[in-house]
Design a protein around this ligand. Structure first.
Ligand code: HEM
Ligand SMILES: *[C@@H]1O[C@H](CO)[C@@H](O)[C@H](O)[C@H]1NC(C)=O
Ligand SMILES: *[C@@H]1O[C@H](CO)[C@@H](O)[C@H](O)[C@H]1NC(C)=O
Ligand SMILES: *[C@@H]1O[C@H](CO)[C@@H](O)[C@H](O)[C@H]1NC(C)=O
Length: 498
């Protein structure tokens, strides 16, 4: 009896304490006079944590509700206050003009126990700044030109492979196939190996890549880890699954050893990273683990975002045959003009770029950008202060599907990006790669890969939508990128290529 009352007492105390804690925390936005999305215990305002809706839909719902009432609104992620930015001018301040106040993201990394977690995407502060400065020269257009031949080579192999598949059955689920293409491109360029997921769909590379995206812990534990970074590091908490970590570390060690021993140069990311490691002039080069972490990040950041872009692009081209034939004509004329697929030819197809820009507008693979306030920040033209440590969310998906900036936003219309029309729009209305000093460092590479893939596909196939595609598209909730339920099924009809 005694024991039971003690347990009951303890339980009731814990529940009461938690209740008071949440009630207090949920006072945050109200007491500051900021409009906010009503929270519930314990989810906060993000009720989609019950895993039925995708973050893009949640952010859009909140954005649509509060836009126009204030420059930003308040949201709670469990008990943590988040400022969702609604005003383009404030977006520009955060990403570009007052970047120094918002250069951090507040992710968890653990360099010692989990070397892959300490990469450009997750690092903050001085470490991020130094690494970004070292890696930026990796992505110049000169370097892209050098890597271009690898991309075309994989593209041609992808095309051969597709022709083979289509000969047997011309109904294909395109997302998986495209992921094999982008996996092989980035595998070739970042690790200098032929991963061959085109031939063997279960190749280790792609599997490991997909596994790295799956969270290691349930969301509650992840919040705790991020909320108590120093404690988590003390307890050696890792984020990457062990087998993923081992796979990539071993691969990079072996590649670097092989290349250094045999003096192999392949004009790829790995080459540049090894040069950085051995740079005697730099104050501090890269360590082997740092090379592995960056190559791993390039792979993760590159394969899923780019294949998703191509998938949505083909989906829209299937639904808009006029745009598809116009695009094909542009590609065929470029082939005729340039003879073979050169870098110059790729840059000579503006309509292909408009199609990709419109795809990235309608379906940004990364649906929001996040930052963390480094110090108390005076919101321009107001008396409000965004306090140090507040998480900032810039709702890319919602902004890019806002009818004020893009009339009839669900309509796929590449002409929105024709130079004279695009010039009229605020630059902050198109943020698939984000903006400012911490934008996507791989933008040029991502675009190069997408242009190449799309041009080769248009030159070899006609696409129509297969009825197995579930419309309207809805997104798998616990997937960070936009990923349609049931996949995208197309009919591919081979045509004579130029
Ligand atoms: C269509 C393709 C891609 C899209 C839509 C995309 C989008 C993004 C976005 C939204 C960010 C966050 C920026 C921010 O927080 O402000 C980002 C960061 C990053 N991306 Fe990409 N990305 C793509 C392809 C790539 C590729 C191919 C690579 C590498 C080869 C890459 C490497 C990176 C890296 C390293 C960062 C972290 C940059 C930093 O924090 O300094 N991305 N990307
Ligand atoms: C999840 O949340 C949504 C929106 O609040 C709601 O419509 C749905 O019924 C919830 N699902 C479950 C399983 O609780
Ligand atoms: C975590 O550790 C770092 C350096 O070890 C320190 O600068 C920082 O203040 C610590 N943060 C907290 C919340 O204790
Ligand atoms: C940005 O941070 C600096 C300190 O690093 C501070 O002096 C400045 O006032 C901040 N800007 C705003 C607009 O709050």
């Amino acid at each position: 009896m005694e024991l039971i009352s003690i347990i009951a007492f303890v339980l009731i105390s814990i529940i009461t304490a938690a209740y008071i804690y949440f009630k207090n925390a949920f006072n945050y936005w109200k007491s500051r006079g900021i409009p906010f999305e009503e929270p519930i215990i314990p989810y906060g305002s993000v009720k989609g944590l019950n895993k039925t809706i995708h973050t893009s839909d949640i952010t859009k719902r909140i954005y649509d509700k509060f836009k126009g009432t204030a420059k930003y609104c308040g949201v709670y992620l469990m008990a943590a206050p988040i400022a969702m930015i609604l005003d383009l001018d404030l977006v520009k301040h955060i990403l570009v003009k007052d970047f120094s106040n918002f250069s951090d993201k507040g992710f968890y990394s653990n360099e010692e126990d989990d070397p892959l977690s300490a990469n450009l995407f997750t690092l903050d502060g001085d470490k991020w700044k130094k690494l970004r400065a070292k890696l930026t020269p990796t992505f110049t257009s000169g370097k892209m030109k050098i890597m271009f031949s690898h991309v075309v080579e994989v593209g041609e192999r992808f095309n051969d492979c597709l022709r083979g598949i289509v000969q047997e059955n011309n109904e294909v689920e395109i997302k998986d196939l495209l992921a094999r293409f982008t996996t092989d491109v980035i595998g070739t360029c970042a690790f200098g190996i032929e991963c061959n997921s085109l031939k063997d769909p279960n190749a280790g590379f792609k599997n490991m890549g997909e596994k790295a995206f799956r969270p290691r812990y349930p969301s509650l534990i992840q919040f705790l880890v991020i909320g108590m970074k120093n404690v988590s590091r003390r307890f050696h908490v890792k984020i990457m699954p062990d087998d993923v970590s081992e796979f990539f570390l071993r691969m990079v060690y072996n590649t670097v050893k092989y290349r250094e021993k045999n003096d192999v140069h392949r004009n790829d990311f790995m080459d540049i990273l090894i040069k950085l490691k051995n740079d005697k002039n730099a104050l501090e080069g890269l360590t082997l683990n740092e090379i592995a972490a960056q190559a791993f990040l390039f792979f993760l950041a590159g394969f899923e975002t780019s294949s998703t872009t191509l998938m949505f692009c083909l989906y829209e081209l299937s639904k808009n045959p006029d745009i598809q034939s116009k695009a094909r004509k542009v590609v065929q004329e470029a082939y005729e003009k340039h003879g073979t697929f050169t870098y110059e030819m790729m840059m000579d197809m503006p309509y292909i770029d408009h199609i990709l820009q419109e795809t990235l507008r309608r379906y940004p693979p990364v649906p929001f950008v996040s930052r963390i306030a480094k110090n108390d920040y005076n919101v321009p033209e107001t008396s409000n202060i965004i306090e140090k440590g507040t998480i900032i969310v810039i709702p890319t998906y919602a902004i890019q599907n806002d009818p004020e900036y893009y009339p009839d936003p669900e309509r796929f219309d590449p002409d929105r990006f024709a130079a004279d029309i695009a010039r009229e729009r605020d630059t902050m209305t198109w943020l698939p790669f984000s903006e400012g000093p911490r934008n996507c460092v791989g933008l040029r590479f991502g675009m190069m890969q997408a242009r190449t893939g799309l041009a080769i596909l248009l030159n070899n196939f006609e696409f129509t939508l297969n009825s197995k595609t579930i419309e309207p598209l809805s997104y798998i909730p616990d997937c960070f990128v936009l990923n349609p339920k049931g996949g995208v099924h197309l009919n591919l009809i081979p045509i004579k290529s130029k």
